[in-house]
Design a protein around this ligand. Structure first.
Ligand code: CTP
Length: 426
């Protein structure tokens, strides 16, 4: 409310907009935690100064010194951030100046110009996201619903505001799916028609042709994929994207096909081996999806999506690693498997396991669950105590001992001592 008072002092109107309004209207009474608040400033009966949002954020920061201020000049927005605040927890408030976005060519970065709140709402994606609540007097608390958002909330449907919405911004296809699945809504049939039309019009080719002019589009696409793949509902969302043929937005030949089995498998392995989530699970699931592409295209698509360098590299090399490990089932002893596999990091092995026949997958599983954990009964300190001299030979002894342990030749300390006396007499 402090923010509303500060806006009133400046003669501006302030609105709560977007997802927070939607979630507020959907939430059961008194039970809503909003950590991401979007505010829009507008003038009275005229457009506000272009920098009003930034000015207001600065005013607010002067009264809340603990908040961090970020200003994004090009889009006339500012953000105030509270991180682990004792009272507020983590909170993110975006303050923008009311604006329309017009797209100078499809899939471009939005250009900005000052305008009124109605136009600001009109440029948004879906009716349920295009409502506002006025926070300033007079009529504070009033809901502004120009496009039937409230009715669509009641009908539980995702409906787009204009025909060209998906052509202007193809990432909205992913957003439509994300909101539909997350909220348990349907995509309204006409909106689905617009999605199919946008896809049939060859969105990917156009986006690629303009990739240098629209890097922000790829960033947003990656962000949407991340949101989807790290959400608990990702399976339903991927299925719906596939049903809509929307995976083509990533690459024309990308199809789910038998990828399901592999995605589920990857999910199970990630949950089993990395329950704490130290790996980026969403990214690995995306890699599994991109494995459906021709090996020659995988790296390029990953680069276009601006995936992390290790992810791009894995996709580029997967084919070679797979070929190099094709004869893994010929290994007679665990020590041979360990010597073959330990040069690869775990995410690479995971992808190979997912992509390979069961016989190879079983060996990688054994490696991961058992053989990679095996330790020799003696370590470097023991060798020193026994009088061996640290140096090159040390490494060789420890390695030989480990391999012998893996193969069951050495089982305990006494056997290890006997093994040393035989093979490395002093
Ligand atoms: N928006 C849009 N088109 C996009 C991205 C965003 O029109 N491609 C608009 C939507 O109106 C959305 C608002 O910008 O409500 C804020 O975007 P974001 O924070 O991504 O959406 P939320 O609705 O807040 O989603 P969430 O609840 O997942 O944070």
């Amino acid at each position: 409310m402090t923010t509303a008072r500060l806006a009133e002092q400046r003669g501006w109107q302030l609105y709560l907009v977007g997802g927070a309004v939607r979630d507020l209207l959907l939430a059961p009474e008194d039970r809503l935690l909003i950590q991401d608040i979007d505010l829009v400033v507008d003038g009275f009966h005229r457009a506000a100064d272009t920098a009003a949002g930034v000015e207001l954020a600065k005013d607010l920061q002067r009264t809340c010194l603990e908040a961090r201020l970020q200003v994004h000049g090009r889009f006339q927005t500012a953000a105030l951030l509270w991180h682990d605040d004792p009272q507020l927890g983590s909170l993110w408030i975006d303050i923008a100046t009311a604006r329309t976005e017009f797209y100078p060519y499809p899939a471009a970065n939005p250009e900005v110009e000052a305008s009124s709140i109605r136009q600001d709402l009109y440029r948004r994606d879906f009716t349920v996201n295009a409502m506002a609540i006025r926070l300033t007097a007079p009529r504070s608390g009033e809901l502004l619903d120009f496009f039937g958002g409230l009715l669509d909330l009641q009908l539980r449907q995702i409906r787009v505001l204009h025909t060209n919405s998906f052509i202007e911004d193809p990432t909205r296809i992913f957003r439509a799916v994300r909101f539909a699945v997350r909220l348990g809504f349907q995509i309204d049939p006409q909106t689905e028609g617009y999605i199919r039309h946008a896809i049939a019009s060859g969105i990917y080719q156009r986006v690629q042709a303009e990739v240098d002019r629209t890097p922000a589009l790829q960033t947003r696409l990656k962000q949407e994929l991340k949101y989807i793949l790290q959400a608990p509902y990702w399976k339903a969302a991927i299925q719906l994207l596939s049903d809509l043929d929307a995976l083509q937005c990533i690459y024309p030949s990308l199809q789910l096909g038998d990828r399901w089995k592999q995605l589920r498998l990857a999910d199970r392995w990630l949950t089993r081996f990395d329950p704490a989530g130290s790996l980026e699970h969403w990214q690995i699931l995306l890699e599994v999806l991109l494995m459906a592409l021709d090996p020659a295209d995988r790296g390029k698509v990953a680069e276009n999506l601006q995936l992390a360098a290790d992810s791009i590299q894995r996709l580029q090399q997967l084919d070679q690693v797979e070929a190099a490990l094709a004869d893994l089932p010929d290994c007679q002893r665990p020590s041979q498997v360990v010597q073959r596999l330990r040069q690869y990091d775990w995410p690479t092995l995971l992808l190979v396991a997912i992509a390979s026949p069961r016989s190879i997958r079983k060996i990688i599983w054994r490696y991961r669950t058992t053989w990679s954990q095996v330790k020799a009964p003696l370590d470097g300190n023991d060798l020193k105590a026994l009088g061996y001299k640290p140096g090159q030979q040390f490494k060789e002894i420890l390695e030989t001992l480990l391999l012998a342990t893996l193969d069951g030749v050495v089982g305990d300390r006494d056997q290890a001592l006997a093994f040393l006396a035989k093979h490395f007499p002093q």
